[in-house]
Design a protein around this ligand. Structure first.
Ligand code: TLP
Length: 342
């Protein structure tokens, strides 16, 4: 089975598992896990921030950040197809009692004018807009990379209105590798930045938040409140450190595989895909002129040995990662071609 559902499906390598076995551990709620402390310091340094916090998931990283920057009743500007609105179980409203103002972007990338229009002026009728969240790379946008200039424009405008800025950088390092712009250059525009260790970087679990020391202390307290205070978790932090040390530059291969996959899919007459839009490790494509439904197509792909996720009506997402190579990609595209020509 060639699993292209997500880059979350990767298995920890043997070398990563060995690093986990060797990890020195302590009780992290007491701040005594040396491996977690090392991971938090490494993440902060890599992103040019004062401090870091290890959290179990990307959702928790986003939700703690939303909690930090808002008060109940506030409004948060997000892109209409962002992970925060689409895939986090309604947690922003449930856990922080905020409402989300959804602004459509171009493949997930927001422009300044509609964001300005979504901002609420200070008036007793209006909710207070206190946070702007961007996503790098944009998942539903097809792994699109936020241009640095756009980030600068959006965040400098937001800051001038007193609006805090959070980056859901679940796949920030894919953007770093694709653009050649460092993580710190991207991070400098945001009050908080999260990124995932458990996607393309290949760790089995874990995400990071980086920010000022003051914010991280508040987030540490919130993490405890949300039930994310972990104990001898250096065993997992060791996988994260290994991922940061070994698995960043190889993301380039995933990007090449995604491009290769899109180019092969383009040869299938009933597939619409634009390989020029494949910037990182995500390929979004549409099956046109098919009388099979989305679930029927997913099942047929599965029977042909390829696992994908659906993003909409006959719109599918394939994500490349460190457990698939060029041969797998070629085979996956051929198998999809056979299914669609049958
Ligand atoms: N994304 C998952 C699914 O939840 C859709 C995937 O397979 O792509 N931000 C972004 C941009 C994400 O893509 C994800 C996971 C998260 C946050 C949440 O990370 P986890 O799954 O660790 O909570």
């Amino acid at each position: 089975m060639i699993d292209l559902r997500s880059d979350t499906v990767t298995q920890p390598s043997q070398a990563m598992r060995e690093a986990m076995v060797q990890a020195e551990v302590g009780d992290d709620v007491y701040g005594e896990d040396p491996t977690v402390n090392r991971l938090e310091a490494t993440a902060a340094q890599l992103l040019g921030k004062e401090a870091g916090l290890f959290v179990p998931t990307g959702v928790m990283a986003n939700q703690l950040s939303i909690k930090l920057h808002t008060r109940s009743g506030d409004e948060v500007i997000v892109e209409s197809s962002s992970h925060i609105i689409r895939f986090e179980g309604g947690s922003a409203s449930a856990l922080s009692q905020v409402q989300l103002s959804c602004v459509p972007g171009d493949r997930g990338i927001l422009a300044l004018n509609p964001v300005q229009a979504a901002w609420r002026s200070k008036n007793v009728h209006n909710p207070c807009t206190t946070l702007l969240c961007l996503e790098q790379t944009h998942n539903v946008g097809g792994g699109s990379v936020y241009p640095l200039k756009t980030i600068e424009t959006l965040t400098s405008w937001a800051k001038a209105q007193g609006v805090a800025c959070h980056l859901d950088g679940a796949r920030l390092f894919n953007a770093v590798v694709a653009s050649g712009i460092s993580a710190a250059e991207y991070a400098q525009y945001f009050d908080t930045v999260s990124f995932c260790l458990s996607k393309g970087l290949g760790a089995p679990v874990g995400s990071m938040i980086v920010s000022t020391l003051e914010n991280i202390e508040k987030l540490r307290r919130l993490r405890k409140m949300f039930g994310g205070g972990m104990r001898q978790v250096g065993i997992l932090a060791a996988a994260g450190l290994f991922a940061l040390e070994h698995n960043i530059s190889r993301l380039k291969e995933d990007h090449e595989h995604a491009k290769q996959f899109a180019l092969q899919l383009q040869q299938i007459p009933t597939v619409f895909v634009d390989p020029d839009r494949v910037e990182t490790n995500i390929v979004v494509f549409e099956v046109v002129r098919s009388d099979r439904s989305t679930p029927e197509l997913l099942q047929a792909f599965k029977e042909a040995g390829v696992l994908l996720n659906a993003m909409g009506d006959r719109v599918f997402r394939a994500v490349t990662h460190l457990d698939v190579d060029g041969v797998d990609i070629e085979k996956a595209a051929q198998n999809l071609g056979s299914v669609l020509s049958a």
